[in-house]
Design a protein around this ligand. Structure first.
Ligand code: MG
Length: 250
C-alpha cells in the first residue's frame, strides 16, 4: 500500500480531517535497539532456571508487555497459577540481571537516520517503552544525543496498563502535548502496534524480528516496513503524504 492510500484509509476510519505530524511516539526495544534477541535469551534463561524450556519465539509475541505482565502469562501457561507480586518483582529482577550479562546490544541500523530527520523537520520525539530496565534507558542520551530528555520518556514506571492497552501511547500524547491526529507511532511488535492503533494514532509497524509481517498489519499497523533502514528511507514520503492528504468524507 502506498503511504498516501494508507493515510486516506486512516483518516476515513477515524473521521479525522487530516494528520499533522508534530510528535513521533517511538518504541525502544526492537525499534531503536536490536535488543530483542538478548531479551528473548534472558527470558528463556530465567524460565530455564525454573525448570521450564520455553521456545524463543514465544517472547517475540509477548514483546511490548511489561515484565510483570509477561511473568503472569508465563506462570498461567506453564504452572497454571498466578504469581505473587513478590515473585513478579524477584523474577523480573533476575531477568534484568541476565539481560545485563548479555553482550552489549547494538543500535538498530536506520534508527539514528530516522531520529535525525524527525528532529530536523521539527517533530518532537517521545519514547514509549514497556521496559523499565535502566540498561538501555541510560544509553539513549549517548546513542541518540539531543533527541530524548527524561521528560520525553514514558516507561513501564509511568503507566498502569502496558501495551497492548492504549494507555502508554495516550500518556505519550500527554507528554508530547499533542492530540492523536498530531502524532505518529513507530513500533516493531504486534502488541505495541495494537496499543498505537487503539490510541487512534497513525501507526507504522517496522518488522525487525522473526515474526510474520502480517502480524503487524493484523494488529492494526497503517503502514508496514521490513526494516528500520527501509522505513528511514521512506520517512520523508510518509511525512509528505500525511501533510498533503485530507479526508474528503466520501
Ligand atoms: Mg519493541
Amino acid at each position: 500500500m502506498t503511504p498516501k492510500l494508507a493515510v486516506q484509509k486512516f483518516l476515513e476510519r477515524h473521521n479525522y480531517i487530516k494528520v499533522v505530524p508534530r510528535a513521533a511516539l517511538i518504541d525502544m526495544d526492537g525499534t531503536l535497539y536490536d535488543s530483542m534477541p538478548s531479551h528473548a535469551r534472558a527470558w528463556q534463561q530465567m524460565m530455564a532456571e525454573l525448570g521450564v524450556d520455553v521456545p524463543r519465539e514465544q517472547f517475540f509475541m509477548y514483546e511490548g508487555r511489561t515484565g510483570a505482565s509477561q511473568i503472569k502469562l508465563l506462570f498461567e501457561k506453564y504452572f497454571g497459577v498466578e504469581p505473587t507480586e513478590q515473585q513478579c518483582a524477584d523474577l523480573y529482577r533476575r531477568k534484568t540481571e541476565l539481560f545485563a550479562e548479555m553482550p552489549p546490544v547494538e543500535v538498530m541500523p536506520g534508527a539514528a537516520e530516522m531520529l535525525t530527520f524527525l528532529k530536523e523537520i521539527g517533530v518532537k520525539c517521545v519514547l514509549v517503552t514497556g521496559s523499565g530496565q535502566r540498561t538501555l534507558l541510560d544509553r539513549l542520551q549517548r546513542d541518540f544525543p539531543g533527541i530524548f530528555t527524561p521528560d520525553t520518556i514514558v516507561s513501564s514506571r509511568d503507566v498502569r496498563h502496558g501495551k497492548p492497552h492504549a494507555e502508554p501511547y495516550l500518556k505519550g500524547l500527554e507528554v508530547a502535548g499533542f492530540r492523536a491526529d498530531e502524532a505518529i507511532v513507530i513500533e516493531n511488535a504486534p502488541l505495541g502496534v495494537e496499543a498505537g492503533h487503539r490510541a487512534g494514532i497513525f501507526t507504522i509497524g517496522v518488522n525487525t524480528g522473526p515474526i510474520d509481517p502480517a502480524a503487524l498489519a493484523d494488529a492494526g499497523a497503517d503502514l508496514v516496513y521490513d526494516s528500520m533502514t527501509d522505513f528511514a528511507e521512506m520517512l520523508p514520503l510518509v511525512v509528505y503524504s500525511l501533510l498533503t492528504t485530507m479526508n474528503n468524507f466520501n
